[in-house]
Design a protein around this ligand. Structure first.
Ligand code: 9Z3
Length: 307
């Protein structure tokens, strides 16, 4: 079962060209660099109910964690491959919304569209635009839609990153489905409606974290996120994940307060469980992702120096 998801039937249509882009990106931009190369995963995965997909199961993830973190990794001098759900929030562009059209721009006497320097939104737009241009060559974005596409790309990129050894960081913020429908059990065409209840059987998605941390890219620094809705089980579930997959760090969060607080959970060298709360303070304007990235990079440097 565990390799079924890597049957050709599930391979993303753009797989070969995207993996080639990743190769070129790594050889032209990031080769021989001293800065870390971070694979950030972001957004939710869909689970199609039909081969010719009309309906699918989805989840809540917006891609904010992954896209905001990407900006801070870039600002801290890292290279980033962002593996993200199509249509989820994207770094830099996430700041733009419809309000900007009226408040940030105006038309000058030559009929050119110009940024309004007298508006806060105009100034914001300009600084985001400048940051995007400054960092965009250090960023490669690859899109997925379904859970199987996500896993194909994860394995393909890990294959490339493995030679970067401890210079590679995995930052797994995507909300990956735990269940899917194998190709053989999926309806070929749109499921026809009827008056009867619809029974759908979902199968567990093969766990790939063990492969990632222990086989595909064993020398990298691996950070996974653990999401729960019941805060009383968060730490024990994170600890179980650490024992099972041996990643370097688990960042735990609960659905309701995931924008303001996370907990860093790891094992010390002598296997003692360590927990550190990371949260934004009420009046503090910084985004939680900035705090997460800074805390993570200092754990990473400590780990590197003890290697
Ligand atoms: C997370 O826990 C992320 O922090 C969120 C971010 C998905 C909550 P948004 O995209 O939300 O900013 O709206 N990601 C990992 C969730 C997950 O599926 N983890 C697996 C689990 O909990 C382990 S890899 O079992």
């Amino acid at each position: 079962m565990s390799d079924d998801i890597f049957r050709d039937a599930y391979k993303p249509a753009e797989y070969n060209s995207n993996i080639s882009k990743a190769k070129v990106y790594l050889t032209t931009c990031a080769i021989n660099c001293d800065s870390p190369i971070v694979l950030v995963t972001s957004g939710g995965t869909t689970v199609p109910l039909e081969c010719n997909t009309v309906r699918f199961i989805d989840n809540f993830s917006t891609g904010k964690r992954g896209s905001a973190s990407t900006e801070y990794f870039l600002r801290r001098n890292c290279y980033v491959i962002l593996l993200h759900r199509s249509g989820s929030l994207r770094p830099f562009f996430r700041h733009f919304d419809a309000n900007m059209v009226d408040e940030a721009f105006s038309v000058d006497e030559r009929d050119d569209l110009v940024v309004r320097k007298d508006s806060e939104l105009g100034k914001n737009f300009r600084s985001i635009y400048d940051a995007y241009h400054k960092f965009r060559n250090k960023l490669l974005m690859i899109e997925f839609e379904t859970c199987s596409e996500y896993l194909w790309y994860l394995r393909g990129i890990a294959n490339l990153l493995t030679s970067y050894k401890s210079n590679a960081i995995y930052y797994m913020a995507a909300a990956v489905s735990d269940y899917y429908i194998p190709r053989d059990a999926m309806s070929e065409h749109k499921i026809q409606s009827s008056d009867a209840a619809l029974d759908i059987k979902l199968f567990p998605v093969p766990k790939m974290l063990g492969h990632l941390c222990n086989t595909w890219s064993p020398e990298a620094f691996s950070v996974t996120f653990k999401l729960e809705t019941d805060s009383t089980i968060l730490i024990s579930k994170a600890e179980r994940s650490l024992q099972r997959y041996k990643q370097n760090l688990v960042i735990g969060n609960t659905l309701s307060d995931r924008r303001v607080r996370v907990t860093f959970i790891s094992h010390s060298k002598d296997n003692v469980l360590k927990e550190r709360l990371c949260e934004t303070k009420g009046s503090d304007k910084s985004e939680l992702e900035e705090l997460i990235v800074d805390e993570l990079l200092s754990s990473y440097r400590l780990w590197l120096s003890s290697e």
